[in-house]
Write a protein that binds this ligand. Structure first.
Ligand code: NAP
Length: 281
């Protein structure tokens, strides 16, 4: 099977491409220098592909508040053009989306078909990308992920590990809850969903269970052999950032189970497997 991965130099793309190559797939890996997904002429040239995975995105959540136009071009127009190209060449499009499409004021895991209500510019642009994909091609998998970390990019666990080495105490928000998800696990889920020939639709690609940023940081610190008590809880109110964050970002995996695809395992167990890879890079 011939795959194309856009945004291949990003944190997810860098783990997805070797995974596909290891399975013997023919993979065309491109990033903005080879294929700028916002350029209609360039994207229209995409042909001879069976599965097109869009890992390209504008992911600077806070900067997007000031640059929504640019974020929209990459997160919404880009996926629209890719979906159009995928339809034209008979490829299946896999679009990676985010928990930020939800308002995060829920109290039970968000179902894949729950009404979206993004709080931030980044969330609005990613939501628009989802709608564009659904409108342009019937052959799509929209996979929402969240709290992504990996060896190949700047990510929360690496930042916390650095800070834990520099400071005696860390203060981390305890009122935002989500599902820390390893890029390797998301790459695996993408491969499994495609292999299962899952029906077109929206799925949640996050680890199981839930934890706050504070709880996750305690686990990271524990992995480093330090005392988790050095991580103190704080609130979002005390740690204001330009873009609002959803408080409750827990995604349900029911749509995966319905198509017979096993969700990613529990976040703590997956972190223990991931930590040596992520923290050594
Ligand atoms: N990271 C998270 O916590 C998180 C959470 C939820 C969902 N997601 C979603 O997961 C996906 C993968 O995220 P990631 O963390 O791997 O992102 P990433 O590391 O920021 O990678 C995105 C890649 O896309 C490239 N890109 C930017 N503009 C482009 C364009 N116009 N054409 C082609 N490529 C372009 C970027 O290049 P430059 O670096 O040069 O800009 C980068 O290599 C994204 O859809 C993201 O929205 C991520």
């Amino acid at each position: 099977m011939r795959w194309m991965v856009t945004g291949a130099q990003g944190m997810l793309g860098k783990d997805l491409v070797p995974r596909l190559e290891a399975e013997g797939h023919d993979v065309v890996a491109v990033d903005v220098d080879e294929l700028d997904i916002t350029r209609p002429d360039a994207v229209a040239g995409v042909t001879d592909v069976d599965v097109l995975v869009n890992c390209a995105a504008y992911t600077a959540v806070d900067a997007a508040e000031e640059n929504e136009g640019r974020a929209f071009a990459i997160n919404a127009v880009g996926p629209q053009l890719l979906a159009r190209a995928a339809r034209a060449c008979g490829a299946r499009l896999v679009q990676i989306s985010t928990d930020y499409v939800f308002a995060g004021n829920g109290t039970s895991p968000y179902a894949a078909d729950e009404v979206i209500a993004p709080l931030s510019a980044y969330g609005r642009t990613k939501a628009a990308g989802e709608w564009a994909v659904r409108a342009e091609t019937d052959d799509h998998l929209i996979i929402r992920t969240a709290w992504l970390y990996g060896a190949q990019g700047a990510c929360f666990p690496k930042t916390m590990a650095r800070l834990a080495a520099e400071k005696p105490r860390l203060q981390v928000v305890a009122d935002q809850v989500g599902q820390p998800t390893w890029t390797v696990d998301l790459a695996d889920l993408i491969v499994r969903l495609v292999a299962a020939n899952a029906p077109s639709g929206t799925y949640h690609g996050t680890a199981s269970g839930e934890v706050s940023w504070h709880g996750f940081t305690q686990e990271i610190v524990r992995t480093l052999g330090k005392d988790p008590a050095m991580v103190e809880p704080t609130t979002s109110e005390a740690f204001v950032r330009p873009a609002p964050r959803p408080a409750y970002s827990v995604l349900s995996h029911d749509s995966l189970r319905r198509v017979g695809v096993t969700p990613i395992g529990e976040w703590r167990e997956r972190w223990q497997v991931a930590a040596p890879h992520v923290l050594s890079s």
